[in-house]
Design a protein around this ligand. Sequence first.
Ligand code: ZN
Length: 228
Amino acid sequence: MKATVEYIEKKFEEFNRQMFAGKLPKLPIELSNAKTFLGQCAFKKRLTVFGKVKLYDFRMRISTRFDLTEREIEDTIIHEMIHYYIGVNNLKDTSAHGQLFRQMMNSINERYGRSLTISHKITKQQKEEAHDTRQRWHVVAVIDFKNGKTGIKVLPRIVQRILNYYNKVGAVSEVAAIRLYMSNDIFFNRYPNSGALTATFVERETAMSHLADAEKLQCDGKRIIRTK
Ligand SMILES: [Zn+2]
């Protein structure tokens, strides 16, 4: 599922009551498309007249880039709420996820059966299960190798780069054929998009099933012609 602002606000209130004795003031919730973090508790810093650092203008950001389970989204919200609790109460910790953070996290995990971690990032396993689900148009090259293997390559939508790849890879002696497609299937989001002369081996049936509705591009080595 993907979180909405309303959903996060509702969960914030629920966990605030349950785990933080309702003591956390409401804060602005922002959705983000970041792929570098799942959640973030952002704030500004200023010096008080007594020379102390004060944190203010707290905001909670939750990334909606990945399709996570409800539990993972909840754990992300609670993780950020711990940061917020420490920040808004001006508590000192030994580091960003220091002794105090871990103490609170462990006690929440134990008391409420949660699985919070100190990572803001998506785990490798989560990444595999929950790849990027935004629909975008890709140029996909399918390479048939003479040994029967199939490779694919997601190319930038730049004519010169596509022609360069098509001509150079097509001229490699191990390559039997190269074909180009235009597809917006999210299956191809997981592959790096570049003009590098590389390919990823795939199972032919899997790749072709994701190209069933794709537009075939004709190429004569100098031009790319759309067929639809
Ligand atoms: Zn954190």
